[in-house]
Design a protein around this ligand. Sequence first.
Ligand code: ADP
Ligand code: GLC
Length: 526
Amino acid sequence: MRSSSKSLQDGKVKGETTPVSVLFAVSEIYPWVKTGGLADVACYLPQALREIGMDVRVVVPAYRSLMAQIHDYRVCTETRLPEAGIRYRLLEIMLPDSQVPVYLVDIPELYDRPGGPYTDPGGTEWPDNALRYAQFCRVIVAMTLNQAGLHWHPDLLHCNDWHTGLAPALLKAGGSNQPVVFTIHNLAYQGNFPYEIFRLLRLPAGFWSSESMEFYGSMSFIKGGLVYADRLITVSPSYALEITTPEYGNSMDGLLVHRQETLSGILNGVDYRHWDPRHDPFIWHHYWTDSLDIRRLNKLELQEELGLDRNPDAVLLSHISRLTGQKGIDLILYGLTDLLPDRNVQMVVLGTGESVYETGLLTAASARLGQVAVCMYFNEGLAHRIQASADILLMPSRFEPCGLTQLYALRYGNIPVVCTTGGLADTIIDVNEQTLSAGTASGFRFPDPTTSSLVTAFRRALDMCRSPGPGWHNLLRSAMQKDFSWNNSARRYAVLYDELVRVSPSRPAVQSHRTIPSDPGPVPGW
Ligand code: ADP
Ligand code: GLC
């Protein structure tokens, strides 16, 4: 890796960085539209970057559910995409309690629908997702090139995940020198679509090549980012290494090895203004390391809220996640008898996802009324309350690019039991004699994503939790005091932006930008 990559991984931040203007393109953003950690990153990282002087502005699609929550937006521009002819409006609003402007791309025929950002109300992917995000990317490119009528354009474009992957491709293939950063939050989601859709999107013919966006007979949106961005970032250093191997590379490992010089990891962070048990508005009783007894009151409240047996002595296990194979909920289900050895261990699961896991959880809950609570919906406040009440967070992820849930759990004293992978390996320090006496321990790690490995680590945690003496509370204190604030990560991104903007040749004037030749053919908007 280049020395600059090393300095990012080592955590050293160079002295001064110059203020850079950045367009941060992303498909979801807390508090308006959230399906997972990406929304948290989109909300909190731009704020942290603003605080260190970067002019960061976010762009997201104007989904119906988002529009229903906002009223005081400003219409900045109403225009057409030059090559696709689609009309769009750019609306501007400030992210709540921040200095971060957010641009909403308003194309009603694509985004004004019920349901989630990616799926209909029944959870089925929208059939025209390729078109929805292709047009989003075209608008991102127009904004980057100052062709959207905004009177503002960025020095640098920062794209996130597959939904924005076409933007670097369109930008660079169009001859722009504008620097582009692409953050991989999850390589498992690639935005792969068949050739027929590639044709319908009228993308440049040259994109259908293995050096470009073609990927084993499909068109891959994420490959647009991986091939064309100047720098690739993943959300933890370990995941940056893992994705260059066949085991974790999702068939992109060859390409990522090829681009290894440009690839590095910057850990996500936590916004402690919103995630802190001392002042969290979602929880019943505030507490800190010197008032851990108060924490037990939250457990009683949660037991009441979720219909669990009222039992202050019960050890409460928790799992908060999208219920997918990634998160290893099946390992929990298989291990249930060992994880719940007696009525003095309870479990709460908050999550939605694949029906096979939902069914398994419902069966488990109905067989253990009062001992297992399953909440199959998305509820931000409940996620906070579980963190403030549970004793142990189970996170047996098969892979985890970063993971925010375990970072939040640390701050709330909900001790993580995690598989040693990706960001979990980078953020959780295993309990052993040495780490306990050094006061650095923060959780329990296990090496492989198997039920037996999970159960072994869990038993270590349970034994310690049930042992008399101050050991468990000392562990809570050391976990709660870990600092994963966004400021550290933002400073690393700032160094990266600074480097890229400095080396980038002076940007071509807007007029000199040539429009990328699209394939003639089917009209957009199929
Ligand atoms: P991922 O992004 O892979 O889903 P992370 O751990 O990075 O995993 O982030 C998950 C985020 O989503 C956290 O903020 C977590 O609290 C939240 N979350 C997940 N499921 C739910 C749910 N059902 N209700 C509320 N919050 C949830
Ligand atoms: C992804 C990853 C998760 C990460 C989040 C935010 O959804 O699965 O590990 O924390 O993005 O970067």
